[in-house]
Write a protein that binds this ligand. Sequence first.
Ligand SMILES: Nc1ncnc2c1ncn2[C@@H]1O[C@H](COP(=O)(O)OP(=O)(O)OP(=O)(O)O)[C@@H](O)[C@H]1O
Ligand SMILES: [Mg+2]
Length: 353
Amino acid sequence: MGFFSFTQELAMDLGTANTIIISDDEIVVNEPSIVALDRNTNKMVKVGEEAKLMYEKTNDNYRVIRPLRDGVIADFNACEQMMRGLIKNAQKGSHLFSPSLRMVIGVPSGSTEVELRAVRDSAEHAGGRDVYLIFEPMAAAIGIGQEQQEAGMDPKDCLNVEAPEGNMIVDIGGGTTEIAVISLGGIVSNNSIKMAGDDFNSEIQEYMARQHNVKVSERMAERIKIHVGSALTDLGEQGPKDYVVHGPNRITALPMEVPVCYQEIAHCLEKDITKIETAVLSALENTPPELYADIVRNGIYLTGGGALLRGLDKRLTDKIDIPFHVAKDPLLCVAKGTGVALKNVNHYSFLMR
Ligand SMILES: Nc1ncnc2c1ncn2[C@@H]1O[C@H](COP(=O)(O)OP(=O)(O)OP(=O)(O)O)[C@@H](O)[C@H]1O
Ligand SMILES: [Mg+2]
């Protein structure tokens, strides 16, 4: 590595919540999509995990920003600086000269031309010379196929995006839930809604204020979701223990200690999860019958961090009557698939230049 190779290849999943970079089949960056900027000079101070430590804790000298909202770039300058910082972390110490960069980047399947342009521009400004874009559900499907191969499944039975066969992917990320049917190396139908992990968090924040009179931060809401989040009010033996939340009383500002159980979080997330269900049903409605039959046979693949919500696969399976399979590594699927695409840039016709 390094001295003699003048082209470096990176695959990137630029997510609303997390950005992952793969180089030479290895995950070299896996950090929250957050950047801290100096308010006076607008220069980057910290990026990723280190910037997350500053999130919701800053003084007037810094702006700590999540540059993506709802799956798309909301703050161009911040996004560029974040990409630049993370790419630099990916290259750490391996090069004497800054190499020419070939990149494949995952983008939401509902992106407009303008949004695609924005990602491409940011990547180019951050050093990318040869930039390809791939729709995230396609990348997720490739990633799932790769996971299946690694798990030793018969290659005939592994998800193959180029086969004349329908496969449905539901990717619940931080900002968007993307539902897509893939066949013959293309997206046949897709449905993308701006309802995902971030919305679960704000729902929990609101609920804690309304029900328990306690103010919680975005990060605390996420911790609650991870500890006692659930899509079902009855998880049986598998139900997690209550999670104790500390925070100020919304009215008196006195410190409070509130135990939260998973049943109440399931109630609180009910509306949001129903929206996801409805979106899946409407995507199925728009699926041609031959592909529909394949999907019923193969099941539907659930991925993205939201797929980790307790009981979600069971709830969807029961409601829709088609088996839902959670990917082995839901947080990494898109990145893995982007990594495979990077090695096949000349072969995969669905990559966008
Ligand atoms: N155990 C868990 N239970 C529920 N949600 C989780 C869990 N772990 C992570 N999450 C949520 O998953 C989301 C992040 O998922 P992911 O990294 O797939 O999103 P992203 O790719 O950054 O976003 P997007 O694809 O929308 O741009 C966050 O909202 C996070 O809170
Ligand atoms: Mg994602």
